[in-house]
Design a protein around this ligand. Structure first.
Ligand SMILES: NC(=O)c1ccc[n+]([C@@H]2O[C@H](COP(=O)([O-])OP(=O)(O)OC[C@H]3O[C@@H](n4cnc5c(N)ncnc54)[C@H](O)[C@@H]3O)[C@@H](O)[C@H]2O)c1
Length: 344
């Protein structure tokens, strides 16, 4: 259930009474706690709010343990509700804690970042990072509801908004149509509440539609990995070389490079490639890495989770609005596409 409303407390009150909730707890991070307190929760008591430090580094077992302890000390029962109020870090961490506490209590996601609204809060994947591996421990558990108020985006830092925009473009390529037309216009003004509502709604339809038809990632859900094989390789390469790069910027470059591969395989027409590249270039500056690094980046594609026994499989665009799953791609095709990206 995804509900759009500028009156989240009203939606929550209804959900709580429909589900006979006995206690409401809320989780936020230090950047979203102010929004939680000022906008949402006149009816939530201060001692029922738990605030974790912000940042991906805190999506870990130690924070999870503290949240379980907070739930226990608050005398939460299986009829209690946890509200996860924040970006994807909070919805992943809170969803994980709720889905495991007493074998699972209900939770509601209230995403406050663009990535959270269009992607992370939807689909039932919860988790924490562990042993230096991303989302290594987790569960599939759907929230009772996802409540979206796009006006929360007004306080989101600009670089986070831009980073989240990569997933918007990804959904646009997958779905085409009206969403793609909106993507081509670039990022709306933050004050344009109506534009954001339409845009986020179209995005949630894409993600929700895909995860509903394939909840456990056996087939269609793989299409959400568009741009991510190269994107993750580039992200890892920058990280290993001590350079900062947002997840969105890496995925954006990944979508252009993977589109090059699709053109090379005669899957994608040049005209569609040009539209994709222009739409991405309009928001994300081109990444600079030297040709002598291409081998390292191509090799990092081997650690992608979609691969099977050393063979690389990608999700590639066939045209705007159509995706091809499980395309086998070889090392030299990746190098060739990286070269083309550097020259485009
Ligand atoms: N479960 C899934 O299906 C799924 C999908 C994609 C990503 N994810 C996860 O999502 C996480 C990334 O999400 P994210 O980009 O939202 O990160 P995040 O939650 O760390 O948020 C980014 C930053 O923005 C701040 N912030 C969020 N909303 C704000 C607001 N309205 N005003 C001011 N500051 C605000 C946060 O405090 C944080 O500093 C990763 O952990 C990733 O693994 C999960």
């Amino acid at each position: 259930l995804i509900v759009f409303s500028e009156n989240i407390p009203e939606v929550l009150e209804r959900l709580c009474s429909e589900n006979q909730i006995d206690k409401i707890l809320a989780l936020a991070d230090e950047n979203t706690a102010h929004l939680l307190k000022s906008n949402v929760f006149s009816f939530l008591q201060a001692e029922n709010i738990y605030v974790v430090p912000a940042g991906e580094i805190n999506k870990n077992l130690s924070q999870a343990s503290k949240i379980w302890e907070f739930m226990a000390l608050s005398c939460a029962s299986r009829k209690s509700l946890l509200i996860n109020f924040g970006g994807g870090m909070i919805t992943d961490l809170g969803g994980f804690c709720a889905s495991t506490f007493m074998r699972g209590i209900p939770f509601v996601n209230v995403p406050t970042s663009l990535l959270g609204m269009v992607d992370a809060s939807i689909g039932g994947k919860t988790g924490i990072n562990h042993l230096h591996l991303k989302n290594y421990i987790g569960s599939f558990q759907n929230p009772l509801a996802i409540c979206i108020n796009t006006t929360f985006l007004k306080t989101l830092p600009k670089d986070e908004l831009i980073s989240g925009w990569a997933e918007v473009i990804k959904h646009g390529i997958i779905r085409g149509g009206k969403l793609w037309e909106l993507c081509k216009n670039g990022i709306p003004e933050i004050s344009d509440t109506e534009a954001w509502k339409i845009l986020v709604e179209l995005n949630t339809e894409v993600k929700q539609g895909i995860v509903e038809s394939d909840p456990r990632e056996k087939g269609l859900r793989k299409s959400l990995n568009l741009g991510h094989t190269l994107g993750h390789a580039i992200e890892t390469w920058f990280l290993q070389n001590g350079e900062k790069l947002s997840h969105g910027a890496a995925v954006a470059a990944g979508m252009i490079i993977e589109s090059h591969i699709a053109v090379g395989l005669k899957l994608l027409q040049m005209q569609d490639y040009n539209e994709i590249a222009q739409t991405i270039d309009g928001v994300f500056p081109k990444l600079k890495f030297n040709a002598d690094r291409f081998e390292e980046i191509a090799r990092l594609c081997l650690s992608d989770k979609k691969n099977q026994s050393g063979r690389i499989f990608m999700v590639l665009p066939k045209k705007i609005g159509e995706i091809q799953l499980d395309v086998e791609v070889n090392h030299s095709q990746i190098i060739e596409a990286l070269n083309r990206y550097a020259r485009h």
